[in-house]
Design a protein. Sequence first.
Length: 244
Amino acid sequence: MPRRPTAKSLTPAQRRAVLASDPATGELAGSPATGASLRDRGLAVAYGAAGRYYLTEAGRAVREELYEESRQGSVPAASGPPAAPAGQAGAAGSGAFAAATGDGPPREEASGQRAAAVARAWAGVLEIRRVTDGSAGTGPGVPAPWERTRMVWAVSLALEAAGVPPSAVDAGGRRVRAGYRVLDSGEPGTVRVEWRGPTASAGRERAERELRTCAERLTGCGWEALLYWGARRTPFLLVTPGGP
């Protein structure tokens, strides 16, 4: 059985392409020839009429090796600056799409710019799902393996892409906008979605109504969401990846 290529076996051009790949979707940077060479080594896969290349799971593992080398200061200069690790997608300065979890500040970008960025990120997610499961269908499919390892990011993107507004906090941590909030549930393979906002706009009845809408939108995006009630009958969703 052939051994998986390692980070050390890549050429400088291949290293640059892998390191500069999109932290979320795995779309490769670099020339089509470099993408094809990585495909031939089982580290990338071609998808779409535009000839884009995306990292496979093996390619993502090699990227993690390169990240580790960069942290230890052993990546050759020819490799260029590393991108943010996929688990840190959206970190300041990473260049990755920052999914709105509902715990960030109000966004100041023009609404059209934000909407375009969300649409591009969601389109990338759909392409990766189709690459992963080999589906040729037009539906959203089910969450890809890499989504399942960063579910807060993935569910936040799905909600925003479906037109649900995120909550927001000011510099003092006060809620200044009503919307969804996505956080780790503490249970493997599950995230929690709440409806939060200023006191006047986040009553239980409205929260339940908005969360039912969130559940419908998430179902349409390939996730499963069930409504529960916590302390003081506060509603919340538990979200898990959908499946065939």
